[in-house]
Ligand binder design. Sequence first.
Ligand code: SF4
Ligand code: FES
Length: 255
Amino acid sequence: MSTPTLEKSAASAESEAPAHLITVTFRVRRFNPEISDQATWQDFQLEIDPKERVLDGLHKIKWDHDGTLTFRRSCAHGICGSDAMRINGKNRLACKTLIKDINPSKPITVEPIKGLTVLKDLVVDMEPFFQAYRDVMPFLITKGNEPTRERLQSAEDRERFDDTTKCILCAACTSSCPVFWNDGQYFGPAAIVNAHRFIFDSRDEAGEQRLEILNDKDGVWRCRTTFNCTDACPRGIEVTKAIQEVKRALITRRF
Ligand code: SF4
Ligand code: FES
């Protein structure tokens, strides 16, 4: 007797499912240097649950409409930082942006982050970004002999740089910075955030070196405090504050 009930609920679930779907236009910036040196917009109509994410929409396009659509993603859960893109004109992670939160009644625009060379569709050349990151030596540097036990640190000292440990190197901050757009030589907010993470670490002994690197003409003094970076950060890092703290450390030499 139970079988018909199960069949009935399965059938009703099936018939209800489409009611959750809405029709959304994804307006995607396309670029393929093998076809044209001009980027163009392409529209895709999708039937999608508004509780799904922009990344799910891009997957639907790639899997069901156009397999040539090219974008980066890995974890799909806001951890790897690989899917930062401009969605409705604002830098966001596609995997953390719900369709329902970005006015799906209008076309949703998706384009690559700015200030870095577009290689194909939504994929940019991240090498300048990672070079700036490498330049600030984002690793613990100590002098003297190896300790025989772990390097101790008070909770208070750890708290000093807690915010900047959260960076996932997505480049949303750097690629939202007008100074970086105008001159890709600027280290950019993300590199400064990652320098901050070690400059203010009581166990590290290369703070002065990092400060000197950022004292460069392409370093922290280029920051115009527009707060774009703080607004763009998907990890909620107070990026502008970190940059200000590095500036202050350069003046006072206290960190
Ligand atoms: S500071 Fe925030 S926006 Fe910038 S790279 Fe790190 S996580 Fe991304
Ligand atoms: S795919 Fe990893 S952060 Fe979005």
